[in-house]
Design a protein around this ligand. Sequence first.
Ligand SMILES: [Zn+2]
Length: 160
Amino acid sequence: MNENHLTDDELAGVVVGAPSRRASDHLASCESCRTEESRMRSELKGFSEEYARQGERPEVFWAKQRAAVHARIERRRTVLWRLTWSTAAAATIMLGYLHFRSPASQPAPVVQDADQALLLDVERSLRRPVPAALEPAMILAAEIDRMASIEQVNEKGETQ
Ligand SMILES: [Zn+2]
């Protein structure tokens, strides 16, 4: 009688309340399959409890979502206000600047400093060692330079 234990499908049929005739007959006489049946029932119970918990989640989820959306709208409103105010402030400062600006108070030194800084930067980058990948290009450039200087010398020789 115990040679053919119930398959998972047959056990599932028992658990969901639709056992086949063979399954019913087998369960009546097989301790092992009854144990398996109760194990499957408790597993299924666990699943359905978990499923119920997850079913509750959406309410919480949507409540949080609503709160987040409201918070975002509030924040956007605040940002818009700030933007409006800062634009107004900038316009006021600009107008003030244009109104009170006199030729004597032009910020020429600042511009000079910026130029100086740029020059220093360029100088620094020129002194920087050339990356290995650019060395062939440097050789080529040196070669072109050399050729150019030879040509210049030749031209000078011709004109002299
Ligand atoms: Zn069995």
